[in-house]
Write a protein that binds this ligand. Structure first.
Ligand SMILES: Cc1cc2nc3c(=O)[nH]c(=O)nc-3n(C[C@H](O)[C@H](O)[C@H](O)COP(=O)(O)OP(=O)(O)OC[C@H]3O[C@@H](n4cnc5c(N)ncnc54)[C@H](O)[C@@H]3O)c2cc1C
Length: 211
């Protein structure tokens, strides 16, 4: 999709320094959780673009993105200041590492990577499939949706930033499934090492590097 101006339906705090933004889905926009969009915002009169990954299980009517805000960041704090009714410029969807109806989804998420993790896990359970989520963040966000996933039968493990991923990843992949990894580069390195330790080839995982 070429860049379009879309309406913000809601902006919600979903935990410390984090917001979820619901955006009205335009006609002919089809996307899956794990795909991402390019959001362009004018800051001090200059256009800046950043990528954000779809964190809703579907894009029916609206779709959601989840944003971790570094108060020192150039763009994200301005996105957090948006209000319902504002317009945002969106291009996409992009990306090939998303949920495609796999029977078991094992999602490893660091920081704001939890967005696509919950979107994919919710979609998998809705379709009668299985999901496992290993989420590393000392200040977890989307806690209500994480708890709901566990209540609905997903295997869920939340770890602090200084905790080792090895055992949690080994437990999550023990029953097989397609592995997904979402987060910044340092998390991807840790997750890949944990996968290799569990005997899973990192090249078989669907991986999205946030930067
Ligand atoms: C394909 C793709 C998908 C993405 N999806 C998401 C998403 O769903 N949600 C989301 O919040 N971000 C996502 N990002 C990152 C996002 O595009 C921005 O880079 C981020 O919001 C920071 O923008 P900024 O302008 O506020 O910070 P900038 O001024 O660009 O400064 C960089 C900031 O990025 C963050 N950062 C950079 N590297 C790391 C790191 N290793 N660990 C932790 N933080 C780091 C820090 O907050 C840092 O201050 C994605 C990036 C890509 C490439």
């Amino acid at each position: 999709m070429d860049e379009r101006s879309l309406t913000v339906a809601a902006v919600r705090s979903v935990g410390p320094d984090s917001v979820a933004i619901d955006i009205e889905t335009p006609p002919e926009f089809d996307a899956q959780p794990g795909q991402f969009v390019k959001l362009t915002l004018a800051v001090d009169g200059e256009d800046h673009s950043r990528f954000y990954t779809i964190s809703s299980p579907d894009v029916d009517g609206e779709f959601e993105i989840t944003i971790g805000i570094d108060p020192e960041g150039e763009v994200a704090p301005h996105i957090a200041d948006l209000d319902a009714g504002d317009e945002v410029r969106i291009e996409g969807p992009f990306g090939s590492d998303y949920y495609e109806g796999e029977a078991r989804a094992v999602i490893l998420a660091g920081g704001p990577g939890v967005g696509p993790a919950i979107g994919i896990a919710e979609r998998a359970l809705q379709e009668g499939n299985e999901a496992a989520v290993v989420y590393q963040d000392s200040d977890p966000i989307h806690v209500d949706r994480i708890e709901a996933l566990a209540d609905d039968g997903a295997l869920v493990e939340v770890l602090a930033d200084d905790e080792d991923l090895t055992d949690a990843v080994a437990a999550a992949v023990a029953d097989g499934g397609q592995v997904f990894v979402y987060g910044f580069a340092d998390f991807l390195d840790e997750a890949t090492a944990a996968l290799e330790a569990a005997g899973v080839d990192g090249d078989d995982a669907k991986v999205e590097n946030f930067g």
